[in-house]
Ligand binder design. Structure first.
Ligand code: PLP
Length: 425
């Protein structure tokens, strides 16, 4: 087993994050427990972006001047950096605006392939009665695009169901049948923190000949990821959850599948030739990258991935596992607080949503904020999952590599005061 961070290491790491010195409304440094919504950025990321604009900025894949060439090199190097972080090939990485766009890209490409008709022979084309399978635990980003695809094509949407604590119930795997064409699911739930049984879902999908898309938004900054070992066909990534900037995400797809996907957005930078009547398109990944691209953000994301790799993802995972156990233990000692997710640190990570008896999550969030503890409140873009738990919304504390025991203590102490603050016991 890999080791947890030493205190000295953790304080050195935290010194890389200038925002952690920010004082909140209560007069203390903010305990940032909202990594699931977005991560904070270390100085090397901030500096890489600033330095790019200071010394390099130029349009990519156009012209021959020095700045354009250097920008193109940085843009393409970003593909290699992400590819090596996830165990993939650089030419299988497609830049997108975020993970939501990456999922939509696949769903819309399948829709376009279906529009071409099966007679056009596209292996991705759907027929009425085909099935798309998701889970009840999905973020709306990995549910709504598939609903839309089903409505447009006559395919039917089904879902894997959940155990009482929100883990995926593998007894429901038989909704994946021989008509299933795509199984799309989250690696880790952004509400329950539960890690999905990837192997079991992938092997059932393989038996049925279905493609698999994995949403890694909540896993890729918290555990080592190797896309080949996971055995999926597509995976989506979000820079801003991984210590990188907002404005960029990525789709990874197996080369032969990217080759089969028709374009979705069209225009400049993705064509081979254009006449007034028609156009021909570049191969993937450029075929899916119409228009100007987020070059500085890719440079920042590359710095973030190098930073995470230098720490070691197995060490990040171990540090967070220890703190997750500590947080769950602390919450279990507070009356009237119900965790929406598995109660032990196994098969889960440090995304901990909870409901407080008789207190609205917004009020919970405000009390915590007054103690300078930053958590998220609301439905976390997962309304069906909240309905499953019988609540409209929840509060959520989520940890990252910079989280300390002292921050968790502050959270637990403030949470312990919430009910009495609102006149409960
Ligand atoms: N999927 C999951 C599980 C998420 O938690 C999120 C964001 O919270 C998304 C998808 C959407 O990610 P993005 O902001 O990159 O579109």
């Amino acid at each position: 087993m890999s080791e947890d961070f030493s205190l000295r290491e953790l304080s050195r790491l935290r010194a890389d994050f200038p925002i952690l010195g920010r004082v909140g409304r209560g007069g203390q440094a903010i305990a940032y427990l909202d990594f699931s919504a977005t991560s904070q950025k270390p100085t090397p990321v901030i500096e890489a972006i600033t330095e790019f604009y200071r010394s390099t900025n130029g349009a990519v894949h156009r012209g021959t001047h020095l700045l354009g060439d250097e920008s193109t090199a940085a843009f393409e190097e970003g593909r290699s950096v992400l590819a090596s972080f996830i165990g993939a090939r650089a030419d299988e990485i497609v830049w997108t605006k975020n993970a939501t766009e990456a999922i939509n890209l696949v769903a819309l490409a399948i829709r376009n392939a279906t529009g071409l008709g099966e007679s056009a022979g596209n292996p991705l084309a759907l027929a009425p009665g085909d099935r798309i399978v998701v889970t009840r635990a999905e973020h709306h980003a990995n549910l709504v695009p598939w609903q839309q695809l089903c409505q447009a094509t006559g395919a039917e949407l089904r879902w894997l169901d959940l155990h009482e604590d929100g883990r995926i119930d593998t007894d429901t795997l038989d909704v994946i049948n021989e008509r299933t064409r795509v199984v799309a699911f989250t690696h880790v739930s952004n509400v329950t923190g539960a890690v999905s049984p990837v192997n079991q879902i992938v092997s059932r999908a393989r038996e049925c000949g279905a493609l698999v898309l994995l949403d890694t938004c909540q896993s890729s900054a918290h555990m080592p990821i190797n896309i080949r070992d996971l055995g999926v066909d597509f995976a989506v990534f979000s820079s801003h959850k991984m210590l990188g900037p907002t404005g960029v995400g990525a789709l990874w797809g197996k080369r032969e599948l990217l080759d089969a996907m028709p374009p979705v957005l069209t225009g400049g930078s993705m064509i081979e030739n254009v006449t007034m009547e028609s156009s021909s398109f570049m191969p993937a990944p450029e075929r899916f990258e119409a228009g100007s691209q987020p070059i500085a953000q890719i440079v920042g994301w590359s710095a973030a991935l190098r930073y995470l790799s230098a720490i070691g993802m197995d060490r990040v995972a171990e540090h967070e596992r220890v703190l997750t156990a500590y947080m769950l233990d602390g919450i279990s000692g507070i009356d009237g607080v119900r965790v929406l997710g598995p109660g032990s640190e196994f098969e889960r990570i440090g995304v901990v949503a909870f409901a407080v008896d008789g207190v609205h999550p917004h009020d919970v969030g405000q009390v915590l904020d007054s103690h300078d503890v930053a958590v998220r409140v609301g439905h976390h873009c997962a309304i069906p999952l909240h309905s499953f738990f019988g609540v409209r919304s929840s509060s959520r504390a989520s940890i990252g590599p910079t989280t300390t025991r002292e921050e968790v203590d502050r959270f637990i102490e403030a949470l312990g005061q919430v009910r009495s603050y609102f006149g409960g016991c």
